[in-house]
Design a protein around this ligand. Sequence first.
Ligand code: FES
Length: 352
Amino acid sequence: MAKAELTLNGKKVSFTPGQTILEVCQQNGVEVPTLCHLAGTTPTGACRMCLVEVKGARTLVASCAMPAGDGQVIETESEKVLIARKLNVELLLASGHHNCLTCEANGDCKLQALAYQYGVESVRFEKSDRYYPTEDDNPFIVRDFSRCILCGRCVQACNEVQVNRAIGFGYRGTEAKIVTAGDQPYINSDCVFCGECVQACPVGALTEKKARGKGRSWETRKIRTTCPYCGVGCQMWLHVKDNQVVKVTGVEDAAPNYGRLCVKGRFGYDFVQSPERLTTPLIKVRGKFKQATWDEALDLVAAKIKAARKEKGANAVAGLTSARVTNEDNYLFQKLMRVGVGTNNVDHCARL
Ligand code: FES
């Protein structure tokens, strides 16, 4: 497609028509702060943190929602822009109860980082006196509307990324709130607890229930791994403190999931540390399980399969494999059954 050109902070840069000003800034290494912007979804222009100055425009414009135009002259760090961004941070801080000391998101909060970046030491506006009770009557997600900045990223994540359509904006004006249908708690709604909203929340309004109090973001280290639940191979970060998994998030910039996870992948990690988890094979001796080596276990299985085949034929044997192993392992298993054992009786726990 034909390229167009604009001037960004005094430098001529080219872009593809259809790109937003924010995209042009990002592709040219110019940092513009954002809060409501969620890549890949429809821009909402809700937070106004990404304001930039476009020569000739009557007002500052939200760069995430404004298409770049041929010949535009854009300033991203002018005095006007910096004053407006700082003002927006103050307004957002005044709109809720952002007590960082007790907030679960402390150290991992975009609003906190922006307040620091723009030197907001006090808030000149009257603080909202609206308190909402914290909603934590489900096993996975804590919703604290007193900390919500109504950026709408959770709504975009639910509606446009996961396409569950479980939440949206409700009420009006100072009463505005993110709601499920009928403003019910998540547990009584269409929410499937994929947790995409939690990953999208830039503040402490939505947090993982099991991670609360388990460690601040600077106390955990992130270890990249592949989800063990099925063969899709979703990429995830394990947030680990003292060798314990504290929470799981999706890797934003990697295929196949680009940050998305399902309820099992995001919240079903308890088994990793379960004391009931098997660490060695078990074989039954006189009706009781006893720990065995892999050689002992595999020899026993091979002997049983051979005996059954000899006595009743290969079709007396069946193999059931698991969604928790890789596609390659499942392929090898069916090959073992068909070619090694000689039966097509092979199935998979996730098929039914
Ligand atoms: Fe552009 Fe929020 S990031 S308005």
